[in-house]
Design a protein around this ligand. Structure first.
Ligand code: KE4
Length: 429
């Protein structure tokens, strides 16, 4: 379906912006058709340039966990703007949000703010390399840690969607230091450690991946990773850019009780403004400049406007932990509804869900890693995506993404979503 005004805006954008977008996955290349353009958003709803009201299930890829234009966040940013937006000089609010994050997240003493999840993951890996004085890293096929060179080796998210596991522009020199393991496969990790004894600085993982769709860690997988890291003097980095402050106040470390040495954040921590962060025990974090030798910097890192949005967001989540239960129940309701409709329509499918992260895969077998997730990247997914969009429901435009529910969603919205699916589920057989 062509959305007239959005189509005109997309054609205009392509004259000045590569692919017409500032982030590839937005261009609908994975699902075909043209992206919609958004005029505004409020609560659980997007309002597009063709004056359609659309139920939102990506929440800006995670940040808008409380819904769009959430009043306390809007107020905090509005007030802060009047006092100046950035100084490049320390401000008290940076300490306030750092203190709150350290209180909310287990097993961290200090946190450094940056401007994106990519920057957080890139910096955490440099810190791990500097601290351990080793060069190699292990990542997992299908896990996405942003677009830093070391990570674009069989990345998830956009990287997977485009089927270009190794992006051009990443040098062989860089790629050789990134070793690839398979998610939910501890033996693949142990094999790499054996083959690269004493050379591996860290293992970086999305503890609950959202970039292959949502993947659930199998029993003892994360615990096993913790053990092999302890046994081999390797740092374990949890990339919680998606899961941080979403699956629990303390993220996956709290939810599943597995400790990481470094944790990265993005999305929710910025309340919708550009914020990333990485955190860990003082012993490691103090290795960062200016006190330590590992350099990392940023003009807009910790700027008061973004900190105001993040602080308002974290404060609300910290003071209202029942939000997590509410999100979990809404996601379970959606899960059960979709399963019932697709099963009734005789549609082969898998649904993965944890907390407020969920994904639907049109394939035969359980989706437990990148290879099995790739089987869901097919024409049925495209039909599903567009069938829902045409009926006023915005899902992630890629089979390699998780949905992100926001707490402004009502059960009426969930029922409307299920009714939309019911209208065309039979075409997905
Ligand atoms: P950013 O640089 O996009 O803020 O964060 C990179 C990143 C790091 N780690 C994880 C687990 C992530 O999911 C991301 C970014 N997520 C994608 C969505 N899957 C962002 C959407 C986009 O690329 O436009």
């Amino acid at each position: 379906m062509i959305y007239k005004r959005s189509s005109a805006l997309f054609n205009e954008a392509k004259k000045y912006i590569p692919g017409g977008v500032n982030s590839p996955v937005r261009a609908f290349s994975a699902v075909g058709g043209e992206p919609i353009y958004i005029k505004k958003a409020e609560g659980a709803y997007l309002y597009d340039e063709d004056d359609r009201k659309i139920i939102d299930y990506i929440a800006s890829w995670g940040p808008m966990i409380l819904g769009h234009a959430h009043q306390p966040v809007v107020d905090a940013v509005t007030e802060k703007t009047k006092l100046g937006t950035s100084f490049g000089i320390p401000t008290e609010i940076e300490t306030k949000i750092a203190k709150l994050a350290v209180e909310m997240v287990p097993n961290i003493d200090k946190i450094r703010f940056v401007n994106s999840g990519t920057e957080a993951c890139m910096s955490a890996v440099r810190l791990a390399r500097g601290f351990t004085k080793k060069d190699k890293i292990i990542k997992f096929a299908g896990c996405y840690h942003g677009h830093s060179d070391s990570f674009l080796i069989q990345a998830g998210s956009g990287g997977a969607t485009f089927g270009e596991p190794n992006s051009p522009g990443v040098t062989k020199g860089t790629a050789k230091d990134t070793l690839l393991a398979n998610y939910n496969d501890l033996e693949s990790v142990k094999k790499l450690i054996e083959e690269n004894k004493g050379e591996i600085a860290c293992i970086i993982i999305e503890p609950v991946p959202g970039n292959m769709g949502c993947i659930i860690p199998e029993k003892d997988f994360l615990e096993g990773l913790r053990q092999v890291c302890d046994d081999n003097d390797i740092l374990l980095i949890f990339d919680e850019v998606m899961t941080g402050f979403r699956l629990a106040k303390g993220g996956v470390q709290e939810l599943l009780g597995v400790k990481a040495d470094l944790v990265t954040f993005g999305k929710v921590i910025g309340g919708g403004l550009p914020v990333g962060a990485f955190a860990g025990k003082s012993e490691i974090m103090d290795y960062l400049a200016p006190d330590g030798p590992v350099y990392q910097a940023g003009t807009l890192s910790g700027n008061p406007l973004a900190m105001a949005a993040g602080l308002a967001m974290l404060t609300e989540l910290n003071n209202n932990p029942e939000i997590y239960k509410s999100l979990e129940e809404k996601t379970a309701y959606l899960h059960n509804g979709i399963a019932e409709i697709l099963t009734e329509a005789g549609v082969t499918h898998q649904i993965n869900r944890l907390g407020s992260m969920i994904s639907v895969h049109f394939c035969e077998n359980p989706v437990r890693d990148f290879e099995s997730a790739a089987k869901g990247n097919n024409p049925k997914f495209k039909t599903y995506f567009h069938g829902m969009l045409e009926r006023g429901v915005y899902l992630p435009p890629s089979a390699f993404e998780s949905y992100f529910l926001n707490n402004a969603l009502s059960y009426e919205d969930l029922d409307k979503t299920l009714s939309a699916l019911k209208e065309f589920a039979g075409t997905l057989k």
